[in-house]
Design a protein around this ligand. Structure first.
Ligand SMILES: C[S@@+](CC[C@H](N)C(=O)[O-])C[C@H]1O[C@@H](n2cnc3c(N)ncnc32)[C@H](O)[C@@H]1O
Length: 364
């Protein structure tokens, strides 16, 4: 006999279809994050609230960078770290008419989108050259495209917000994703594979050198012990091991997030050999610039800034630079409030010395 509330009751209203959810759960199914240019109203709303709309990147210290570089019509500008193309848009606009922008980035996933955005600005196609490459090799591109060197050059180091916000890239512990961290996912070892290759002392050195991690030894032990038992393959796996280690040594209410952030930063720098690329780039930088050409570099942590400061000082001493920034420039408090990612940014600049012949030609 059917129960009183069974479906066989003739007067029962048909069952409503199950609520499927309005927002896609998987990042790759999201449409606004992947095509923010199609949703200008949403983007404007998020910007007004002081946040970075997902799938975009807000360029940092634009005014200060333009002041230092002073790009003008006809100039050859180089953007070594194209990212979303925010700084590049400004540079490309300022060098018109007649100028060119050479723009590079290591990231094969974001680069085509940034190039499409720049081409969409409507400047002559030949005014923009875009190439996927490590900026460690940008001197070759400049030599081929502008043998005399560049008038202005920018490097805005580190990661873009799109890379950080995309869980598939594995850069952040805030989302679950593969433990990857490669700027070019088609090259080199992922963070998970790198962990397999490292011994305790090497991992501890990475944590110390790349992120000034005070508990490097203990963390390296905890991470490699767990990785040996069961490979850490996701961002969550790694974050959990680090949090567990912090819980063991801390008695306070520490969440361990600061430690997790340092571990992720250190590994990411190692995975992408960021210091190797920066050092090689800094060695070639004078040759990338025309006499009187200007370079600006935005750094985001002490390991980067130390290297830039040192290279600029040496260049000034040896005479390849005629002037360098005396101190770092920081984002204004307003910018820091509206874009927290600008809070750690430090800007330095260097100006290539004029050659002896040009000095005498100019003075004649
Ligand atoms: C902070 S973002 C640049 C944002 C950009 N200025 C803008 O306005 O959108 C840094 C970019 O540098 C790239 N990058 C980092 N290291 C690189 C390297 N060694 N060679 C080339 N690109 C690199 C990253 O892929 C990322 O897109």
């Amino acid at each position: 006999m059917p129960s009183p509330d069974s479906d066989s009751r003739p007067d029962k209203p048909p069952r409503r279809p199950r609520y499927a959810g309005k927002n896609p759960r998987q990042f790759h199914e999201k449409y606004k994050e992947l095509q923010p240019q199609l949703y200008p109203d949403d983007v404007a709303k998020v910007l007004d609230s002081g946040k970075t709309p997902a799938g975009t990147h807000r360029p940092i210290m634009v005014r200060e960078i333009l002041q230092v570089l002073a790009p003008k019509p006809g100039d050859v500008a180089v953007d070594c770290t194209l990212g979303y193309g925010g700084h590049a848009t400004e540079l490309l606009t300022k060098v018109q008419p007649g100028g060119r922008l050479l723009a590079v980035d290591a990231d094969p996933l974001e680069l085509p989108k940034a190039e499409a955005r720049l081409r969409g600005l409507g400047f002559p196609p030949e005014s923009l050259v875009v190439q996927r490459m490590n900026y460690a090799g940008v001197a070759q591109l400049i030599a081929a495209e502008s043998p005399g060197g560049a008038d202005v050059l920018l490097a805005d180091l580190g990661l873009s917000s799109m890379q950080i916000d995309d869980p598939r890239r594995g850069f952040t512990f805030k989302f679950s994703g593969p433990l990857d961290m490669r700027m070019n996912p088609g090259r080199g070892l992922s963070a998970a594979d790198l962990l397999t290759k490292l011994d305790k002392s090497k991992l501890a050195a990475i944590l110390t050198e790349n992120a000034d991690e005070p508990h490097a030894e203990a963390l390296a032990s905890a991470i490699l012990q767990m990785h040996g038992r069961e490979p850490l393959t996701t961002t969550e796996d790694l974050a959990e091991v680090v949090r567990g280690a912090v819980r063991r040594w801390s008695r306070g209410p520490e969440t361990g997030d600061d430690t997790v952030r340092r571990v992720f930063q250190a590994l990411r720098i190692a995975v992408n050999d960021e210091f190797g690329a920066l050092e090689s780039f800094l060695r070639q930088l004078p040759a990338c610039l025309k006499p009187g050409g200007r370079a600006a570099i935005l750094t985001f942590h002490s390991g980067e800034d130390r290297r830039v400061k040192q290279a600029f000082k040496e260049g000034l001493r040896s005479g390849v630079y005629s002037s360098i920034s005396q101190d770092v420039t920081r984002a204004t408090p307003t910018e820091q409030r509206f874009n927290p990612r600008s809070a750690s940014a430090k800007l330095r600049f260097a100006v290539r010395a004029a050659t002896a012949e040009q000095e005498s030609a100019g003075g004649a």
